[in-house]
Design a protein around this ligand. Structure first.
Ligand code: TXA
Ligand code: MG
Length: 328
């Protein structure tokens, strides 16, 4: 007998709360991308997240909590800098890596002694946290390695049949996952660029932070893996994506999809639409998709990070095609 079930899209907070408290998984909106959520204190429920997404058990989840005040329930030795940033940016699209307290089960953090904590701003998620009174573990609501969903319909396409409910909170405000920032050693490190940029963070902290980037195999420096989820490839459409200097070189080729940002008036708008535009092109059966990187500053850093990972290092220059091996 098939264990597939009928997945319903709902706007009911009460249903979401019930599902979480019963130990089920549910997809829900955040201001960044949709998340696949479960009670972080319920190990069996958390295991369902990994199973459903086919996410490797070594890749830890973000724990979502209600307020800055709650941070110390789940993390210890919280540096003053975290509070400074949280006052400015939380609730919002930023995740802090901190020393974990025992209340967070090891399965949530993939056995690490650190925990990723985020205070989401989406009003529906806030209501759920207030009613459930438990921390909520949630990765993005896509199959592992695939494009993050930014609306309920896109979650449905990814996960239908695998969960009871998707909570519909409309289109996500930012469209790109949170900035992940680590306070584990002496230097503060951005492990994943996002809407809150290095410059903004440095301005608040009045000190330098390091942006950890994945280096190519040709690089002399070996990259330490600070974040198990910093895979070389990620966020990928099924259709191969190539990075190229000028997408219009491919305009005449009917079997090539162009990821065209020219109609957007800002990089924020590009970020908001990035995953959904890629998904639309992915559905059209092209032989491949081409995209160009954007200016590598501000939110452009996060956009280029996602494009690099989605392209898996594939580059097209004129008739030349190159595959860079990006090492973890
Ligand atoms: O905006 C977001 O952050 C969304 C929404 C749903 O909140 N969530 C999200 O989760 O993007 P996920 O699981 O797709 O990405 C979380 C990233 C992964 O790269 C993971 O490896 C990293 O955070 N991470 C989680 N816990 C960590 C830890 N203790 N140390 C280092 N990296 C960690
Ligand atoms: Mg993800």
């Amino acid at each position: 007998m098939s264990n597939r079930r009928k997945t319903k899209i709902t706007k009911s907070i009460n249903i979401a709360v019930r599902e979480i408290l019963q130990g089920n998984i549910i997809a829900l909106p955040t201001e960044t991308v949709y998340g696949l959520a479960a009670d972080a204190t319920n190990e069996e429920a958390v295991l369902k997240i990994y199973e459903t997404k086919r996410r490797p058990l070594f890749d830890p989840l973000i724990v979502h909590i209600r307020s800055i005040k709650e941070m110390k329930k789940y993390a210890e030795e919280i540096p003053a800098e975290v509070y400074k940033l949280a006052e400015k940016f939380s609730p919002g699209p930023i995740t802090y890596i901190l020393k974990k307290k025992k209340v967070i089960p090891d399965i949530v953090t993939a056995g690490l002694d650190t925990v990723a904590i985020r205070i989401p701003a989406h009003p529906m998620f806030q209501k759920i946290l207030a009613k459930c009174k438990v921390p909520i573990a949630a990765p993005s609501a896509n199959m592992f390695g695939r494009l993050s969903p930014t609306c309920a319909e896109d979650v449905y396409k990814e996960l239908k049949g695998k969960l009871n409910y998707i909570l519909d909170g409309g289109q996500c405000e930012f469209g790109i996952e949170s900035t992940v920032i680590s306070f584990i050693d002496d230097t503060i490190k951005i492990l994943r660029p996002g809407f809150i940029t290095k410059k903004e963070i440095q301005k608040v902290l009045k000190k330098k932070v390091i942006l950890v980037r994945i280096k190519s195999r040709h690089s002399k420096n070996k990259l330490t893996i600070y974040s198990p989820g910093m895979m070389k490839t990620h966020y990928a459409p099924k259709t191969p994506l190539y990075i190229t200097d000028n997408i219009y070189d491919f305009k005449e080729q009917s079997n090539v999809g162009l990821l065209d940002f020219s109609n957007y008036s800002s990089l924020n708008e590009v970020a908001i639409n990035l995953f959904s535009d890629l998904r639309k092109l992915d559905e059209q059966g092209f032989a491949y998709i081409v995209a160009s990187k954007v200016k590598d500053s501000g939110i452009g850093v996060a956009i280029n990070d996602r494009l690099e990972k989605a392209s898996k290092g594939r580059v097209k220059m004129g008739k030349w095609e190159i595959k860079f091996s990006i090492k973890k």
